[in-house]
Design a protein around this ligand. Structure first.
Ligand code: AHG
Ligand code: MN
Ligand code: MN
Length: 332
């Protein structure tokens, strides 16, 4: 196992000409923000970070204190990096501009500062998700239109999971890396290079309480998985649902399987629950870089042309055979 720190890894990439020297400050500002969040998560009630904030976000969801605190930590750290020209956050309706006293840089960052909010107060895994793209109009303050680039333009994406260990998983578009936060030194240390989604899936993740609302292709696919050995898939599947996309993706990257949050018939206007720019795109980029797949049931998530910053999307991601099967059912 390599003992390389994140900082050393990024310096090496820059040294070899494999990375723009302006990118490491962006990545390190995110991971610094996540270290601060991790510290607060570990203190929980002792730091007064549990419970409701008493406010709503743009999607009408009640905000937890830690949603708001994590958002503020992300914004502050990223603006101070001096390498961003705009930010988009799940917790803020409008695109966030860089205050006048900070320099403007070439990168745009979209993020979900705290994913899995319903797990915060019960001490179950949560995370932060980020997606970095290059501004089309660098050095100019970003507007919403600047963020509406397909996910295939991401230059870096990943997440930090606050679980039994705090781990960083990210991709620069050439494989997926995993780092563990060493609580003794406060540094992220490389623990695995080139994560690959196992080809054979034995587990699926979907919120089955929504079954009665699912569309026919999803119902068929899940029915077939549930039929097990005697069904058309001729094998038994196990099921997991952590209710934090970060944790489901983290499991799938290591142990395989498929994660789904389909659109359903509850509100036909809603194209799913998860958000394209700061949940689906970064996770799709990771999955594809780990040899897996990610679609909305019809097309590759990374090829979707976004229409708005908080746009929702159906998500099917994980082992390629499974994602191909359920995507194929949508075409029939
Ligand atoms: P967030 O906490 O950022 O709003 O995201 C929660 C998302 C996702 O992480 C998870 O997979 C899903 O919502 C859980 O949804 P259910 O409440 O339907 O289980
Ligand atoms: Mn989320
Ligand atoms: Mn969130």
């Amino acid at each position: 196992m390599s003992a390389m720190t994140l900082q050393q890894f990024l310096s090496r990439e820059v040294q070899f000409g494999a990375m723009d020297p302006k990118l490491p400050p962006v990545i390190l500002s995110i991971t610094d923000a996540c270290k601060t969040i991790s510290h607060k998560v570990r203190q929980g009630a002792l730091a007064g970070v549990l419970g409701m904030a008493g406010t709503e976000n743009v999607q009408g969801e009640d905000q937890k204190k830690l949603d708001v605190i994590s958002n503020d930590i992300f914004v502050e750290a990223l603006c101070a990096s001096g390498q961003v020209c705009g930010l988009a956050s799940e917790e803020v309706p409008e695109v966030i501009s860089v205050p006048a006293d900070y320099p403007i840089g070439p990168y745009l960052v979209a993020f979900d500062p705290l994913d899995g909010s319903s797990n915060i107060d019960i001490n179950v895994s949560i995370g932060s998700i980020f997606s970095i793209t290059t501004a089309v109009r660098p050095k100019r303050e970003a507007v919403e239109a600047d963020f509406l680039q397909p996910g295939n333009r991401q230059v870096c994406a990943g997440y930090v999971m606050y679980g039994p260990q705090t781990q960083l998983v990210f991709t620069l578009g050439k494989g997926v890396l995993m780092f563990t936060l060493d609580p003794n030194t406060g540094t992220f240390v490389l623990v695995q290079e080139n994560l690959r989604v196992p080809a054979e899936a034995k587990e699926f993740a979907i919120n089955c309480s929504n079954m009665r609302h699912w569309e026919a292709p999803v119902k068929r696919y899940i029915d077939e998985l549930l039929a097990g050995e005697t069904g058309p898939r001729a094998k038994n599947y196990n099921m997991r649902w952590v209710a934090a996309m970060v944790a489901e993706v983290h499991r799938i990257l290591q142990r395989g399987g498929i994660f789904m949050y389909p659109r359903d018939n509850r509100d036909p206007k809603k194209a799913g629950k998860l958000r394209l720019l700061y949940e689906a795109n970064p996770m799709a980029f990771l999955m594809e870089n780990a040899g897996g797949r990610a679609t909305n049931g019809h097309m590759r998530i990374l090829d979707i042309e976004p229409e708005s910053v908080h746009q929702r999307v159906a998500v099917f991601l994980g082992a390629s055979e499974e994602v191909d099967t359920v995507t194929g059912y949508h075409a029939q």
